[in-house]
Design a protein around this ligand. Structure first.
Ligand SMILES: [Mg+2]
Length: 243
């Protein structure tokens, strides 16, 4: 059966995948402390925590200003914060560990019922994309998490900010998604995400249907409200009138 909905795009963090509190930061702290210790540079884990938090704050400022801030810059900022200037080889090892702190699927939770709803949408001929603002963990690693959970193959296309070059709510990243999904009319496309300022505002700005996903983060901050607010992906087809 043909659906009036031609495509659905999903945000990544707290929509497809949830990070238990500080899971990635703590992994980075452990690995960095180990690498630095082995190199004879003892560091206080709390100092590393503060350094990573400081680089995260820089990321948030850049994100809100729609200026790209990728992991190499975060590594430089964190090292400067703790006053370290490691050898090039050690810096490379620290950057590699920062880029992919050894996460496997089990460390990050996939949304309940996601596999089923993606399969259901595909059966209805709906194309499926990702529109994601990347933070510290670059998009190849984020895709590998979906692959380990067995859902990457459901997606027809993806638009990650570190590859597109801008963050939501900029029209460019949504246009990238639409182009990759066969250029459906925006009023027949749905975006699902947890953030009002980026996901909801971006989708509404494009003339798309906005769904706010409040399972993990119920955004009470500034920004418009979506057409629908859901806490279960299983409720998406009914909310869109295509169940
Ligand atoms: Mg999100």
């Amino acid at each position: 059966m043909n659906s009036p909905i031609r495509a659905v795009t999903f945000d990544y963090w707290d929509t497809l995948v949830h990070e238990p509190p500080d899971e990635l930061r703590e992994r980075r702290v452990r690995i960095w402390a180990g690498l630095l210790g082995k190199a004879g540079i003892p560091v206080d884990p709390d100092g590393l925590r503060r350094a990573l938090d400081a680089s995260w704050d820089r990321y948030v400022d850049a994100w809100q200003a729609n200026r790209q801030y990728r992991y190499p810059e975060a590594v430089d900022d964190a090292l400067a914060f703790v006053g370290l200037d490691p050898s090039p080889a050690l810096r490379d090892a620290l950057a590699a560990a920062f880029r992919d702190p050894g996460i496997d699927g089990a460390d990050l939770h996939l949304a309940e019922g996601l596999h089923e709803v993606l399969a259901d949408l595909r059966e209805r001929g709906v194309r499926i994309g990702i529109v994601c603002d990347v933070g510290m963990t670059p998009s190849p690693v984020l895709r590998s998490v979906l692959e380990r959970h067995g859902v990457l193959g459901h997606f027809d296309h993806w638009s990650f900010s570190d590859e597109v070059g801008c963050y939501k709510p900029a029209a460019e990243i949504f246009q990238h998604a639409l182009a990759g999904l066969g250029a459906p009319p925006p009023d027949r496309v749905v975006h699902v995400g947890d953030r009002r300022r980026t996901d909801v505002a971006g989708a509404l700005g494009m003339g798309m249907t906005a769904v706010r996903f409040a399972r993990w983060f119920d955004d009470a901050g500034p920004g418009p409200e979506a057409h629908h607010v859901l806490v279960r992906h299983a409720d998406l087809p009914a909310a869109l009138g295509i169940a």
